[in-house]
Design a protein around this ligand. Structure first.
Ligand SMILES: [Zn+2]
Length: 144
C-alpha cells in the first residue's frame, strides 16, 4: 500500500512550502508524508468505514501548499487514492497484509472462546461460517 502514499508524496514534494521560521526544515515534508501513509493504512485496514479518503487527505495536507498549487494537489491525491481503491477492491487481503504483516482474520469468537482463525470475506470481515453475525450487526446498527 505504501507504493501509493510514496507516489503521492513524490509528486507533491517539490511544491511543499517552507515551514515557518523556528520550525524544523523538513517538518512540512514529514507531515505530508505521514498524512499520506495514515490514509492508505486506514484504507487497507478499515476501508468500509472510511467514506472519503481523498477528501480526508486533501484537507489534511492542503495547508502545506501554496494557493496556486491547490488544484494540482487535489488532482494528484484523487488520482492515486483512486488507484489505491481499485487495488484494494481487487486485492483486499494483500492490502491488509501489507500494512499489518499478517493476513486478516475473521472477527468472530468461536464457541470455545478463541478468535476464529479463518480468512474473512472482504466486505464485512467475517468468514463464511460467521456471516450471520454481520447480519445481526447490521440489524443492531439500524435499531440504534
Ligand atoms: Zn469465522
Amino acid at each position: 500500500m505504501y507504493q501509493f502514499s510514496r507516489a503521492i508524496y513524490r509528486e507533491l514534494a517539490p511544491h511543499i512550502v517552507a515551514p515557518k521560521p523556528g520550525v524544523a526544515a523538513n517538518a512540512n515534508h514529514e507531515h505530508v508524508l505521514r498524512a499520506c501513509e495514515a490514509v492508505v493504512e486506514r484504507m487497507a485496514v478499515d476501508r468500509h468505514y472510511f467514506a472519503r479518503p481523498e477528501r480526508t487527505l486533501f484537507c489534511d495536507i492542503r495547508s502545506h501548499f501554496p494557493m496556486s498549487e491547490q488544484g494540482r494537489v487535489h488532482q494528484v491525491v484523487a488520482r492515486y487514492i483512486g488507484f489505491a481503491q481499485q487495488f484494494l477492491i481487487e486485492n483486499p487481503l494483500a492490502g491488509y497484509a501489507s500494512i499489518c504483516g499478517v493476513a486478516p482474520q475473521c472477527r468472530a469468537t468461536t464457541r470455545k472462546g478463541a478468535a476464529c482463525q479463518r480468512v474473512p470475506l472482504p466486505h464485512n470481515g467475517y468468514c463464511p461460517s460467521h456471516q450471520h453475525l454481520a447480519d445481526t450487526e447490521d440489524r443492531e446498527l439500524v435499531a440504534a
